[in-house]
Design a protein around this ligand. Sequence first.
Ligand code: DQA
Length: 149
Amino acid sequence: MKFLIINGPNLNMLGLREPDIYGKQDFHALEKFIRDTCVSEGIEAELFQSNHEGAIVDAIQAAYGKADGIVINPAAYTHTSIAILDALKAVRLPAVEVHLSDIAQRESFRHISYAGMACIKSFIGLGFEGYRQAILYLKEYLNNSEQQR
Ligand code: DQA
């Protein structure tokens, strides 16, 4: 089973960036957490981070026929990007949305999630743990859909 794990803009600034909201651990620690989770679940992981909307669209398109599922934290593009929503719909891979912070409890402009409209599930406000939950959920989902075939 292979997952593409996408992190959007400014997540590479974790640790430095608003630590009261996003925590003190840096992006390297997040990537290690994701890789370790995938290793212990027997999942092949491709990690991708970009600050550019089009690059994220390209990565989603490139996953078609290669990855079994996508875990995505589109960061600020969550609330603005119809292009990312359309890319997720185009490839029709099961996708799970993650946010470190609880976007529902923050500014009203963070309450809408376009990417989330193409996702089977969202984990919000759980910090790094949200990525682990997303990976486990996606693995379970794919195992179940495999059994139904
Ligand atoms: C975020 C929440 C977004 O609103 C914000 O723009 C981010 C990070 C999160 O993980 O909590 O960059 O996606």
